[in-house]
Design a protein around this ligand. Structure first.
Ligand code: GLU
Length: 283
């Protein structure tokens, strides 16, 4: 089977050195294997993503000497695919409407810590776990609250999913590793303002685009456990994974989109070459 790699930035800012490293590694692995290299814009957040950032990303990739196969996939054009996946999960009783907002979850965790004197569990990104208070709401109460216009997010019933699936694993850098999805609790599958989530849309797209090899920054390694659960529930193929080292800023922290001084466009404007960028990201 011809290997298929992808670079999947969110067009909500300029690419920085970390993105350059990821794109260069993916492109090299794809071409060395005689495979395809796809570009995907993860633009589900319509508020923050902009067409001008897409153009900038394409210009940055060309500057790096990278070509991609076919037309880039834009997630915002495929909300129906994610809705179908969500519907399948809800239909199996594995997704439920959760009315507690992120703010309310934070307040709940703070109150718990205050009263109990011990930490409320957090997910690998550091956010307090969803307490799951409305996981078992009676159906008619759910219907009433939704009919009354109360905002809600769809969450995965992780305990129910794991009881059904048992232990899961995936291949990371050639080695079988155990997935640890329970660390995430009931992750969000879709929100009121964004009718999908990173976890749901990336999993669906990797399958729909026939991605055989997911190569991305190490910060996304914990998320792979969630993707593995969604693959198992939705009957999707499981790509091989490889999470590479991140490019860290001078302060030792991971680069962010607002780290303007490491933006590729700025280096390009300052006259640096693709070769310079490769050297700067250790390739
Ligand atoms: N869109 C994600 C980002 O820009 C990357 C997703 C992935 O590679 O799975 O960080």
């Amino acid at each position: 089977m011809q290997p298929v790699f992808r670079f999947a930035p969110s067009p909500n800012g300029e690419l920085h050195l970390g993105h350059a490293r990821s794109a260069l590694i993916n492109h090299r692995l794809a071409r060395e294997a005689g495979g395809r290299f796809l570009l995907r814009f993860e633009d589900i957040d319509r508020e923050r993503c902009r067409a001008e950032f897409e153009r900038g990303i394409e210009a940055d990739l060309r500057f790096l000497g990278l070509d991609w196969d076919g037309v880039p996939r834009r997630q915002s054009e495929h909300f129906a695919d994610y809705a179908a996946a969500l519907e399948a999960l809800a239909g199996e009783g594995l997704a439920y409407p959760a009315f507690m907002t992120r703010g309310a979850v934070k307040a709940f965790a703070a109150r718990f810590e205050d009263e109990e004197g011990r930490p409320w569990p957090r997910d690998p990104d550091g956010a307090p776990l969803y307490p799951g208070l409305d996981r078992r709401l009676p159906e008619d109460e759910r219907r009433q609250r939704i009919a009354a216009g109360e905002p809600f997010a769809w969450r995965l019933d992780m305990a129910a999913a794991l009881a059904r699936l048992g232990p899961l694993s995936f291949v990371e850098s050639g080695m079988e590793v155990e997935a640890e999805p329970a660390l995430w609790g009931d992750v969000v599958l879709a929100r009121k303002d964004v009718p999908t989530s990173y976890h749901l849309s990336v999993t669906v797209d990797d399958a729909l685009q026939g991605i055989t090899d997911v190569v991305r920054g190490r910060d996304l390694l914990p998320s792979t456990s969630v993707h593995r659960v969604l693959q198992a529930l939705l009957g999707l193929p499981v790509p091989r994974y490889r999470h590479h080292d991140l490019v860290l800023g001078a302060d030792g922290r991971k680069l962010s989109k607002s780290a303007g001084d490491t933006a590729l466009a700025a280096f390009r404007a300052a006259g640096l070459t693709a070769e310079d960028i490769r050297r700067m990201v250790g390739l």
